[in-house]
Design a binder for this molecule. Sequence first.
Ligand code: PMP
Length: 435
Amino acid sequence: MSHIIHRSLRHTPALAVGARGMHVFDSDGKAYLDASGGAAVSSLGHAHPHVLAAMQRQIAQLAYAHNGFFSSAPAEALAERLAADAPGDLDAVYLVSGGSEAVETAMKLARQYAVESGQGERGVFIARRQSYHGNTLGALALGGNAWRRQPFAPLLIDVPHVAPCYEYRGRAPGQSQDDYTAALLAELEAAIVAAGPHRVLGFCAETVVGATAGAVPPTPGYFKGVRALCDKYGLLLMIDEVMCGMGRCGSLYAIEQEGVLPDLVALGKGLGAGYQPVGAVLARRHIVARLREGSGAFQHGHTYTAHPVAAAAALAVQEVLAGERLVEAAAQRGASLMARLRAAFGAHPHVGDIRGRGLLLGIELVRERDGKQPFEPELKLHAAVKECALARGLMVYPMGGTVDGRRGDHILLAPPFIASEADLSEIVSRLEDAL
Ligand code: PMP
């Protein structure tokens, strides 16, 4: 029996002992083709020499400096780089250790900004159903996924949830895409009005919904409409790009494709690409300026905030993304994988929908295509698919609760951007076999 508390308290997973490029190896010497990037993390593949060298140099020179005493060269350089490449004036960067911490930090930045702006009554966040923003209590409350919330309910903060963009099930037969989008925005506006507009602090959403809904992209104009509502009622727009950002959707930030500028952006996963736990919040200039002119401090911090080795790793990741043109590769490989999935599964009796953007792709499984009826949740079909894929040496990221947080199954594919056409072909053929 393992002494570690694993996710499953009944089964100990296989031991991973190594990883290189597109593959992870277990202690029996079995190779797994990484079609999930872990959980949409390993965007550069495993053991990239440029990142390893940067980390080795940094750990030998300065492994740790507490941010209460010092800044460090890699932290400064990473923040400068992120600020330079981010859209608009999203040029203030707070470095943390992962996605949940980034979301919590963004929530606290927003809250302190409201208080110091004389709008202390603004405390409510509105978010969306079928969303995931992290597992710490604040981020868990933002997330709208029913089965994740249920063991901990009632959660500490009360978050109204509205419908996400989910055309496959949300858009009625005969309803135009524009009418569907307008209905989603009307629901959001009604939620703002119901909560009392002067009490609402912000709206939080993933640009492309990742793990909980299976790579659901926004409808055209949706985020423009969201931005307009935020402006109308004085809300901050907080975008969670922990999964969909850092090139995964074919642009450095997925929100760039929507043509709107958010006030806060949370990053994680692909920022460190698995080499180090690291996350970040990008904030627009005016938010930090308010705190700078006001109390002069952000009342927040973690022991590993702006960790030098994590920053060095994330900076090296940015260098590889640019140097090897991997964001463009994610767009191009994503289109290729999507075409391959449509060819292989477009007529599969249990595949209801194939969707996504860049190299964040999802396949929704249904009992039968015409009625879009999901499988019974007790079957835990997604977990079975994962096991069947692992048995065939393939890592995919399946999830349940797709439809309403309880029913529904999907498979998420999020391979490293270095995947070759041969790798994509292998992913699809092993997945066909597993399904
Ligand atoms: N937001 C999103 C969109 C995520 O996908 C995740 C992780 N799955 C998180 C936040 C939380 O990140 P972490 O697990 O690093 O805390």
